[in-house]
Design a protein around this ligand. Sequence first.
Ligand SMILES: Nc1nc2c(ncn2[C@@H]2O[C@H](COP(=O)(O)OP(=O)(O)OP(=O)(O)O)[C@@H](O)[C@H]2O)c(=O)[nH]1
Ligand SMILES: [Mg+2]
Length: 408
Amino acid sequence: MSEPRKPGLFGRLFGFGETPPAPETTARETTKAEPSAPAAETVPAATEPVSGPAEAPVSIPAEPTPAPPTRVPPPPVAPPAAPARPFFAAPAPPPAPAPEAPKESWIARLGKGLKRSSSAFGDKLGALFTKRKLDTATLDDLEDLLIESDLGVDTAAAIVARVAAGRYEKGIGEDDVRGILAEEVSARLMPVAKPLVIDPARKPHVVLVVGVNGSGKTTTIGKIAARLRREGKSVMLAAGDTFRAAAIEQLKIWGERTGSAVVARPQGSDASALVFDAFREATAAGVDVLLIDTAGRLQNRTELMAELEKVIRVIRKQDASAPHDVLLVLDATTGQNALQQVEIFGRMAGVTGLAMTKLDGTARGGILVAIAAKHKIPVHFIGVGEGVDDLAPFDAADFARAIAGIEK
Ligand SMILES: Nc1nc2c(ncn2[C@@H]2O[C@H](COP(=O)(O)OP(=O)(O)OP(=O)(O)O)[C@@H](O)[C@H]2O)c(=O)[nH]1
Ligand SMILES: [Mg+2]
């Protein structure tokens, strides 16, 4: 069942062409922030590009302990100017001979996480369909079961209708029901399964990452940064979660790990001012992608949502088209509340895409189907673990099979 990673994964992930240029050291100059940026501190990017999948999986604790040496001493002198090498036109570097760690494929991990739901679902389904004939009570129970799985009332009704169609008095097996479930789920998710497309014309392409507390924003930023770096893109991270010192340190660790520059300010600084500086620095350095971390905030905390709106206004003042993506990170374990998060973050922050994390350990992935049916917002990524490689592009058919508990 464990499938080898497909070679085109990263391309599919970001919608890039398939020949990424040779990685360069991060383009960011290591000069300090411009004078008008009082306390802005930029941690220079590591000079080594990320080494690829061979990198050991990492796990960042939610509250990273003591700050690593974030005030990195004078950064290494930029290597002798390489002949102007365009980011996107160079041939692909020889693929790093990444000795594929004997690690489970993401789809296997997704399947395991969702297995809780699918096996619970399967057990109940098995009990339901032991009878030879379908009757209304069985179908009602099936509908309840599907609604409990967070799929949404309409989807549940549609599945039940298909199960029932023409089969009264005949009966139907559990496998057939799983097949119908997978098809219906897939049909609803297909239209929203879209990669995050980074526009190479933008320097920087700005991705603002938002979501409730602990949903996985910072980790997802780290994972995305790692992928982008492997694609040869230069990346800057903005530590826009200025509330907690630990949050700033956490992002800096990801910066070091991925070879991305980090723009940070001391705890308690104004997030909008930080973002302003970060945008200007990213522009000056010609960085490809600016990933902006934000503090977790509950969607019903008006003042915090207002702060987010301010961050967006500040970005727009500098580039009316930015942020180019507003990625809402949803924790799959949240269940139904995710619907409200999509609605309110969507309204206040103009969410353009979703990432759903923690699908490796939950029984509640079905909520994505309800979200897709209701909001039709693109789903870019799923997170299936805490490690740097535990991010996958969203694939509707795979996800649907995992939900239905169908082994590939
Ligand atoms: N199992 C699992 N854990 C994850 C995943 N993504 C993130 N986490 C963990 O979830 C916890 C919270 O992740 P963070 O990235 O700090 O979340 P955040 O949204 O930045 O949190 P705040 O900044 O506090 O709002 C950490 O322990 C992560 O390692 C995932 O896909 N699977
Ligand atoms: Mg965070």
